[in-house]
Design a protein around this ligand. Structure first.
Ligand code: ADP
Ligand code: MG
Length: 379
């Protein structure tokens, strides 16, 4: 059944009324990986997979919400010590709390929600959930007086303060600010952003989820960050944002080989994002694809955050003539993002599934995605 109808039916049967319907999206990041904490650029867009909620203020100070996908209800008040026990409800409670803490208004409401963003696949279902409710609270109780970028920050603070996830701003930013047919280059230092066209008759995006996740013992993420910080410090810079390969070459005798390769990746990745933006403005998808392969190579060899399964998927993409392919996200598992000529997609996906299954004993999952609008109210 269509998502909206499913939600409308459930809301009516639960609460005997109808509310307003809101949605917000999951996201992809085309290029710009491990750049956020280095003051560089990311390049995300919202996708056609959403969390959707029907919401109606109920005149009390109590929130009653039903999750269709989890098939559970939660009831909570709006004070700091009213946190619900269900982890999915903490995202909604957190959003309410973060708005209140900022001096915004949230009152009691009834809600039913559901979604089709795959959970934990790297498409940021949690950001979609936060953004959907943040947008709705702004519309219902605050006359849309809260700035949209602040809605993204409210989602991010929710993750930090109510869900125990120390994330950056990209996911919530993309979910809130996304526009159909456009990617956004976000400058993670200044927080300025710019839209670039991403629409093509000939190409599409498909994610291939390896469904593996390698948890490594020595917190590789923190180690990467420390390498970058060490090199930046050695260069007398706050972050690697203003570093060049030439500068890096000059301090070569003073840093470890490992730190050198980590910093090299970050510097090159910043340049690649800029090159992809230029290519998109010129409608040059071949260059975009080439840069994606370069990013994969860099993530695999220099930054060392790939794994056998993801490298295997990348090799298959190459063999199948896929225009661009790379790991999406922090690494060590999860999805590859693939830019594919439409006529090649079916063959590529089938080959990837068959060959991966043969080698690793399970099939990857594919998610075709279309760049779409972010947070919004539905008519
Ligand atoms: P992701 O990478 O998809 O953001 P997270 O672990 O950060 O993965 O967030 C997933 C969590 O968000 C789920 O465990 C659940 O609590 C909540 N969530 C996401 N989508 C839904 C949904 N459709 N219904 C209920 N809760 C959801
Ligand atoms: Mg998440």
């Amino acid at each position: 059944m269509e998502l909206k109808k499913q939600i409308n039916d459930k809301f009516l049967s639960f609460f005997g009324k109808t509310g307003a319907v809101y949605a917000s999206s999951g996201r992809i990041n085309l290029i710009g990986e491990h750049t956020d904490y280095n003051g560089g650029f990311v390049f995300p867009g919202a996708i056609d997979k959403v969390i959707m909620a029907e919401i109606l203020p109920n005149g009390t100070d109590q929130v009653n919400v039903f999750s269709i996908d989890i098939n559970e209800e939660a009831h909570f008040g709006l004070n700091e010590d009213d946190a619900p026990s269900q982890s999915w409800a903490c995202y909604i409670f957190g959003v309410c709390r973060e708005i209140l803490k900022r001096g915004g208004i949230v009152k009691g409401f009834d809600a039913v929600f559901a979604g089709n963003v795959p959970l934990g696949a790297g498409l940021s279902s949690s950001a979609a959930l936060e953004s959907c409710f943040a947008f709705a609270m702004n519309d219902l109780f605050n006359d849309n007086g809260i700035d949209k970028f602040e809605l993204a920050r409210i989602g991010q603070s929710t993750e930090h303060n109510y869900c125990g996830v120390n994330c950056g701003i990209m996911d919530q930013f993309a979910s809130v600010m996304g526009q159909k047919g456009k990617l956004m280059r976000l400058d993670c230092r200044s927080m300025e952003f710019e839209y670039f066209p991403f629409e093509s008759e000939d190409y599409e995006l498909v994610l291939v989820d390896s469904r593996v996740k390698h948890e490594l013992a020595d917190s590789p993420y923190n180690k990467r960050r420390q390498s970058c910080e060490r090199v930046a410090k050695r260069l007398g810079l706050e972050t690697l944002r203003d570093a060049t390969l030439e500068m890096l070459g000059n301090i070569l005798p003073d840093i470890t080989a490992e730190d050198y390769f980590r910093a090299k990746f970050v510097i090159e990745e910043k340049e690649r994002v800029l090159a992809v933006c230029e290519a998109l403005n010129a409608g040059d998808f071949e260059t975009v694809g080439r840069k994606m392969y370069e990013t994969h190579e860099g993530l695999s060899k220099d930054y060392a955050v790939s794994c056998e399964e993801l490298d295997f998927l990348n090799d298959i993409a190459k063999e199948c003539g896929v225009t661009g392919s790379r790991i999406m996200g922090g690494g060590f598992g999860g999805c590859t993002i693939n830019l594919v000529r439409k006529e090649l997609t079916d063959a590529f996906v089938q080959t990837a599934k068959d060959r991966f299954n043969e080698k690793y004993g399970h099939e990857p999952k594919e998610y075709p995605v279309v760049i779409s609008d972010g947070a919004r109210k539905l008519e």
